[in-house]
Design a protein around this ligand. Structure first.
Ligand SMILES: [Zn+2]
Length: 100
């Protein structure tokens, strides 16, 4: 909580565009594959099913990918929170070595 990675204007519009695209495609959470509640506002903090942008490579370890569209993933607020900076559960092959 309290972390705001999206500090630039470009970052904010990228985030808005990403959310819009995910909502249009009704993209499921990439962590648990259940549908996301795109109708929930992003400040609906009690709604664990609300949309949150996650990063495939965590910003803490890959800050240069923070605003890289290809690094964005749609997730539930709860799944994003539970994951924190850990690698995702699904098998992703050799790439997991990058986190060790
Ligand atoms: Zn989820």
């Amino acid at each position: 909580m309290g972390k705001n990675h999206t500090s630039t204007r470009r970052g904010k519009s990228l985030l808005a565009a990403f959310r819009e695209q995910c909502a249009r495609e009704d993209a499921p959470c990439w962590l648990c594959p259940r549908p996301i509640d795109y109708d929930a506002p992003s400040d609906d903090y009690r709604n664990d099913d609300r949309f949150q942008r996650d990063h495939f490579y965590p910003v803490s370890t890959h800050p240069h990918l923070e605003e890289d569209w290809d690094n964005f993933r749609p997730s539930h607020a709860k799944c994003n929170r539970d994951r924190s900076n850990k690698p995702p559960r699904p098998a992703i092959g050799n790439r997991s070595q990058a986190w060790v």
